[in-house]
Ligand binder design. Sequence first.
Ligand SMILES: Cc1cc2nc3c(=O)[nH]c(=O)nc-3n(C[C@H](O)[C@H](O)[C@H](O)COP(=O)(O)OP(=O)(O)OC[C@H]3O[C@@H](n4cnc5c(N)ncnc54)[C@H](O)[C@@H]3O)c2cc1C
Length: 477
Amino acid sequence: MAFHSPTIHADLDSLRSEITGSLALPGEPGYELSTPWNVAVPVRPLAVVEVHDARDVASTVRYAARAGVRVAVGRTGHGAVPIEDDVLFVHTGRLNSCVVDAEARTARLGAGVIWQDVVDAAAPHGLAPLCGSSTAVGVVGFLTGAGIGPLVRTFGLSSDHVRAFELVTGEGDILRVSADQHAELFWGLRGGKSTLGIVTSVEIDLMQLSHFYGGALYFDGSDAAAVAHAWLDLCADLPEHTSTSMALLQLPSLPQVPPPLAGRFTVAIRFASVAGPNEAEALLTPIRGVATPVVDAVGMLPYSAIGAVHADPVDPMPSHEFSCLTGELTHGAIDELLTVAGPESGSPQTVVEVRLLGGALAREPRHRSAFCHRDAAFTLFTAGVPLPVQRAIEAGVAPVVSHAGRVEQAMSPWSTGRSLPNFASSADPKRIARMYDEDTAHWLSALAEEHDPAGVLRVGPVVRDVGGASSDRGVIM
Ligand SMILES: Cc1cc2nc3c(=O)[nH]c(=O)nc-3n(C[C@H](O)[C@H](O)[C@H](O)COP(=O)(O)OP(=O)(O)OC[C@H]3O[C@@H](n4cnc5c(N)ncnc54)[C@H](O)[C@@H]3O)c2cc1C
């Protein structure tokens, strides 16, 4: 490809000298920053730009427009999408400022901050950020995908608690974006992923929360049916102070997996509640009554242990993911799920998870956003290791891939046909289209045209080219 020519590399030296951060070509120190957490995804950019501030991002975007290349952004690679060698990869890891204002109960975070940093900075003040299940995920990737955390039914989407962003647009403009400034971008950044630009910092609300009642009960696979049906009963009329999910797990025999869970089929009931311990514990009594857990890790926990609820893997791994939203699930739906993914199914998935939505998530926040699925009852997610990684991904025939298709088929009577922007990242326009309703996709596309007419940011999970998009269609909000 022309981009490997000495000319483009010499030309990249001009960008290298313009920025205060660093630029790494393949083989140079710093290029390895593009290696994603999900190592199954091929990420091979033209160069990696480790930015030091918003001006570096603006310089990169403007350079890309001149050179006819595109720009992608990322931090941890938990939501990695394939990146080719006509793309400059902006890595935000050095934008790591994390400032908590305990009195205002807010935090101002550089785009390179991961959730555990914020959890740790807020905890001494008895405050908590609304992070996701894994605290190793980047705050901005999570928030631009709306953000469904372990306490989502109590506090709503994490992005409903964003106050402002600093944004670099596809034209290289540096904007402060809030409900009062560039309100249409504020609407679109909360759910629209990187469609509207590269976020360099974000201001969020912190919750007054030092502890919660929660964790997970793990049961043997032989109890899967009894536990799963009891869990569905728990979900009916569950008070908003409590959130829950169920996961069918086949965790590998690795040193980092606790022995009672390693190398066998288990079922986890995850639970997180801000109710008092007695009230919260009583909700779990029926589930504890149908089987004896092999691990009972539920109790009062400091918020700094919020990652223990899901106990997501920390180390990089290859992963193939599928996700869809559903309406209300019936006991028949649970039977179907167990048939296709239960202990007797031969499922190759490491995790098949169902999270209960609803509660505060179902209500529109004061400032509306590009998140479209407040009426969904559950989100279903599968993740498995596609082996042999490269060949399987390219051929699309790994057992986890075809099995995810079978799960999708089995759950189709209950599926809404939609999915969340954050789960199962994709650059495939058909998959991205499932994440938005028609009107929202139109508006995101129109705003992207307006702020990135050259299409510099047209890479990864972005909404573009939706039916004659133009921002003179009326009002968004
Ligand atoms: C183990 C695991 C657990 C997870 N748990 C949850 C969960 O509980 N709830 C939930 O909602 N999601 C969850 N996710 C999904 C996760 O929130 C998304 O994959 C998110 O995009 C990760 O962001 P990142 O920056 O860490 O990843 P990256 O792969 O580095 O970034 C992914 C995408 O985020 C966008 N992005 C990143 N940085 C910026 C920026 N500075 N400006 C604009 N866009 C940006 C880009 O579109 C980028 O392609 C989980 C993912 C994993 C792998």
